[in-house]
Design a protein around this ligand. Structure first.
Ligand SMILES: Nc1ncnc2c1ncn2[C@@H]1O[C@H](COP(=O)(O)OP(=O)(O)O)[C@@H](O)[C@H]1O
Ligand SMILES: [Mg+2]
Length: 368
């Protein structure tokens, strides 16, 4: 399906304009949306089981009685929603809550939108959704509990009690994420653009499997909603019609670079810096520092993966691959990566092979 066709699907799917993320790490811009007009999410979320969008069926999920859920310690969030670990039916679960007393109709709508999306999804690389409490003020999603986010695994291994992620593991986690994206883009109908693909929104379960989460921006029509470091130039510029599957591919490219380099993309940069670099200078994250990595045996495969990242973040969306190609190329590269990846890899040699991280990107970073 082309992105034009997707746009049709998107219209069909998205019956509301109210979703604007309030999270502090996301951009708010009401120019292009109506910012939430309140539409009667009254004392109970009565509409959550109503028929939905273009797929003709009510989303299926279990309405869970809040009294059957036990809350544990906080594991994430902190903006509007907080994620806790907890227990439900004798098993450990994650509870994504919306208990904020300031919750207004727009936020309830955001909650309901995310609920609608999650209830439709079943995939080994998408966090499993068990059901939800829908009686305000006790709004919470019940999901499978994962161990960490990919962000934590990549950038805070000591806090996770794990070793630094090696390149093969990083590539496998990204392959899992790409499989989830292929599912959203090509298998779910109507297609879903995630819009907030980033390492915070990929979880890692106890078996080391990547699980995509956070569907809170799926329903948003605000072009500039998202997380700046992962936003394609057309989103940063707020181009009308910029929300497409290729914007997710761009974000994936940034995350692939992040996973291979284990560096935070655009670390410390303000939105305006990112916008100027990405849009005006067509710069992308710079040369990764040399690190312990796959050794010479895996150098060509790692170079292929960096080159794939560079194609994913191509300035023009039409030049970016689709997830079908991404998945195939990642599988081929991973097959070439040694299982136990330790040893020195000359990152300059690697980058020569990868291309796409040339002087321009580096120079523009230096100029900042
Ligand atoms: N199922 C889960 N298991 C473990 N941790 C989770 C789970 N879901 C979310 N988290 C943690 O909570 C954070 C916020 O959850 P997320 O769904 O991304 O909400 P938000 O919309 O606030 O970003 C994640 O980045 C992750 O660290
Ligand atoms: Mg999130």
């Amino acid at each position: 399906m082309s992105d034009d066709e997707y746009a049709d699907d998107f219209e069909e799917y998205d019956g509301d304009n109210s979703k604007v993320s309030e999270h502090e790490h996301k951009q708010r811009d009401d120019d292009d949306g109506d910012g939430g007009d309140g539409d009667g999410c009254g004392s109970a979320l009565a509409d959550v089981t109503s028929s939905y969008g273009g797929d003709g069926g009510a989303p299926r999920f279990e309405a869970i009685d809040f009294r059957d859920v036990t809350m544990g310690k906080q594991v994430g969030g902190g903006g509007v929603g907080i994620v806790y670990e907890g227990y439900f039916q004798g098993r450990a679960v994650a509870l994504k809550t919306l208990f904020d007393p300031r919750v207004d109709d727009a936020l309830k709508r955001e909650y309901t939108d995310e609920l609608h999306v999650m209830a439709r999804l079943r995939h080994p690389n998408v966090v499993r959704f068990d059901g939800a409490c829908v009686e305000p003020p006790n709004l919470c999603f019940v999901m499978e509990l994962c161990e960490h986010s990919l962000y934590q695994r990549l950038h805070q291994p000591a806090q996770c009690g794990t070793e630094e992620v090696d390149e093969r593991t990083a590539a496998e986690l990204l392959l899992g994420t790409a499989q989830a994206m292929l599912y959203l883009h090509d298998e779910v109908r109507p297609a879903i653009v995630h819009r907030d693909l980033k390492s915070h929104n990929v979880l890692v379960d106890g078996a080391g499997v990547a699980k995509l989460c956070d569907f809170g921006l799926v329903g948003s029509k605000v072009v500039s909603a998202g997380t700046p470091a992962y936003m394609a130039p057309e989103l940063l510029e707020g181009t009308r019609g910029a929300v497409s599957r290729k914007a997710d591919v761009y974000a994936f490219g940034i995350m692939l670079w992040e996973a291979l380099s284990r560096e935070v993309p655009w670390d410390g940069c303000e939105l305006e810096d990112i916008r100027r670099n990405v849009c005006e200078l067509e710069a992308r994250p710079g040369v990764p520092r040399a690190r312990a990595s796959s050794g010479r045996a895996g150098a060509a495969a790692v170079a292929d993966l960096y080159a794939l990242a560079a194609r994913c973040w191509a300035p023009r969306s039409a030049e970016r691959p689709e997830f079908r190609e991404v998945v195939a190329e990642m599988r081929a590269a991973i097959a070439e990566l040694p299982a136990a990846s330790r040893g020195g890899l000359d990152s300059i040699e690697l980058l020569d092979a990868a291309g796409g991280f040339g002087d321009d990107a580096l120079a523009s970073l230096m100029r900042k």
